[in-house]
Design a protein around this ligand. Sequence first.
Ligand SMILES: C[S@@+](CC[C@H](N)C(=O)[O-])C[C@H]1O[C@@H](n2cnc3c(N)ncnc32)[C@H](O)[C@@H]1O
Length: 235
Amino acid sequence: MVKLFIFFYTIFTVKMINSILYKLFRNHRRGWDPIGEEQLKTYSSNVHLQNIDSAQLDNILKYFVNPKNKKVLDLGAGTGRHTKFFSEIGCQVDWLDVSVNMLGLAKEYVGDEKKNITFHTKHIEEVDELTGHYDLIFIRLCWYYCFNDYSFANKVMSKLDNGGILYLLTNNSKYKYQEVKIHQKIQIFLNQYFNIKIGHPHPPEGRVRKLFTKKGMKILYQKLDNDTEELILKF
Ligand SMILES: C[S@@+](CC[C@H](N)C(=O)[O-])C[C@H]1O[C@@H](n2cnc3c(N)ncnc32)[C@H](O)[C@@H]1O
């Protein structure tokens, strides 16, 4: 009985439900796209594209100095508005997003033929398939799409170059908690207490910070609101 429990627990935590679902049903290579037409309309509006937080980016540049020719990975990059920013200050930028619809929009917005941008249509969990290491990994509002907070943090760290910077902005599970439906509350609970991740619950408060600092990363900057955490880290 105990062995059976351990077997199933391992399947659900290590093998991870979301990874199985992705392989079976939500695979962009088989036409699945998280961004539908309605969302695409919102994302392609000038209001969204130009709504870039320049204070956030200026702050990153305090730690990410001499950016020219440095390698940047924009994970869950969406419309590419941050990819565009980093390419314009001379970085070599890898845009990565699972959405083929977003790929079209980003190519249109940032320019398909720019030499210093490479587009990768991949799941964020496939980050380890990219070659090389990065001077800056930029993860803004897409952490919760990972299959497992723990293993994803390890993957991200493995792609950082020596001295590389990690920028992370994520909501935590307190975000709009009163409004989330009962099944989402269960997902949050399972992720927080059993490391079983079904769907896309936001990480529990403080988890991502601990995952990186536990492995030796130092916090260069942090802004912690009740439901949002912004971090700049370095080994
Ligand atoms: C809220 S948007 C953030 C976009 C961008 N980081 C920004 O701040 O403008 C979330 C993005 O994550 C992408 N996304 C959703 N699931 C994903 C996944 N499994 N892997 C990679 N990207 C994903 C969506 O296509 C969307 O572009």
